[in-house]
Design a protein around this ligand. Structure first.
Ligand SMILES: NC(=O)c1ccc[n+]([C@@H]2O[C@H](COP(=O)([O-])OP(=O)(O)OC[C@H]3O[C@@H](n4cnc5c(N)ncnc54)[C@H](OP(=O)(O)O)[C@@H]3O)[C@@H](O)[C@H]2O)c1
Length: 285
């Protein structure tokens, strides 16, 4: 039976991947920082050596952009050295390494979608540390899949949950009209990661919803679908306290999926609609 080690299993994407793999014929090895701190190279090596996973999925990370800025060393330790430790362990155990990365590796100065062949130029510590993580994976484990995604929404704290909270409280929402990317459902993303993990050729893949929007349009759509009457006001990114320091344009072209004949995720609006409808079934908004 194939063994899949998910690091960062309590995070947004880690939880979704766990949920999807739980009732399938794989043995799941689930850890988060309390069980295996990925910055501890010995702990990573020992765990991998003892459990011999066939796949190592790195869903762990320091994902708070502002916290990364305030704590540069910690950001590089988790996002770069953590990825290094896991990819060394993957190479030693002949496992396939699956690394999650971000649209923040681009500087945001483009006006057309970034492909996997465009040169990254991160501007934030978060983006720089994630790019360093990608590079370590490529350097230390040739059997790898790197998945870059953007604006992930799902269960857990995120831009989506912050907007929902403000909408629930009837507070006016100020959202950046000059930040554009693609919202992506955690559920659909996790499904695609599993598909890539099992059958795609090694390499880097951009995996996002289709279409694109500004933060303002994203917030408006969340509010509309939730049935709230809350006002959403367009502002400049510097005045949007929920999203400071993100690239102004970071739409990812899913060119590698297209060229590999792998199906794309749906339009972001369809994924959002589906997620909110499912949520309504068991929780009040
Ligand atoms: N969210 C997005 O919009 C987005 C967009 C593009 C790419 N990504 C990438 O996708 C991946 C998953 O994102 P996510 O949103 O699921 O992240 P998340 O919800 O922040 O989850 C990250 C998990 O990693 C854990 N962790 C932190 N430091 C660790 C360490 N040293 N050792 C082991 N585990 C550690 C965290 O635990 P604690 O909570 O206890 O710290 C948390 O459970 C990340 O690589 C991120 O860069 C995310």
């Amino acid at each position: 039976m194939q063994k899949v080690w998910i690091c960062g299993a309590n995070g947004r994407v880690g939880r979704k991947m766990t949920e999807l793999l739980e009732n399938t014929p794989v043995e799941l090895l689930l850890t988060d920082i309390d069980a295996v701190d990925i910055t501890d190279s010995k702990a990573v090596r020992d765990y991998a050596g003892m459990n011999r996973p066939h796949f190592i999925v790195n869903c762990a990370g320091l994902t708070d952009v502002a916290a990364c800025e305030e704590n540069k060393e910690e950001a590089f330790k988790v996002n770069a050295l953590g990825a290094r430790n896991l990819s060394v362990a993957a190479r030693m155990g002949k496992a396939r390494m699956i690394q999650l990365s971000t649209d923040d590796v681009f500087d945001g100065s483009g006006q057309t979608p970034y492909t996997e062949f465009d040169t990254p130029n991160p501007q934030t510590i978060y983006g720089k540390s994630k790019l360093a993580g990608e590079n370590f994976v490529k350097e230390f484990c040739n059997r790898h899949i790197i998945v870059r995604s953007s604006w992930i929404f799902g269960e857990g704290s995120s831009y989506f949950s912050k907007i929902m909270k403000l909408a629930g409280e009837g507070k006016t929402i100020y959202a950046a009209a000059d930040q554009t990317a693609v919202p992506t459902g955690a559920s659909e993303l996790a499904e695609k990661i599993i598909e890539l993990m099992e059958s795609a050729p090694d390499g880097l893949y951009h995996v996002t919803g289709q279409g694109s929007c500004s933060r303002y349009e994203f917030a408006q759509e969340i509010v509309r679908l939730s049935g709230s009457q809350t006002e959403v006001v367009p502002v400049a990114a510097v005045d949007d306290r929920l999203t400071a320091m993100r690239p102004s344009y970071s739409v990812l072209d899913n060119m590698m999926l297209r060229m590999s004949g792998i199906s794309l995720l749906p339009e972001w609006k369809i994924m959002l609609e589906r997620f909110i409808a499912d949520r309504k079934d068991y929780t009040s908004i």
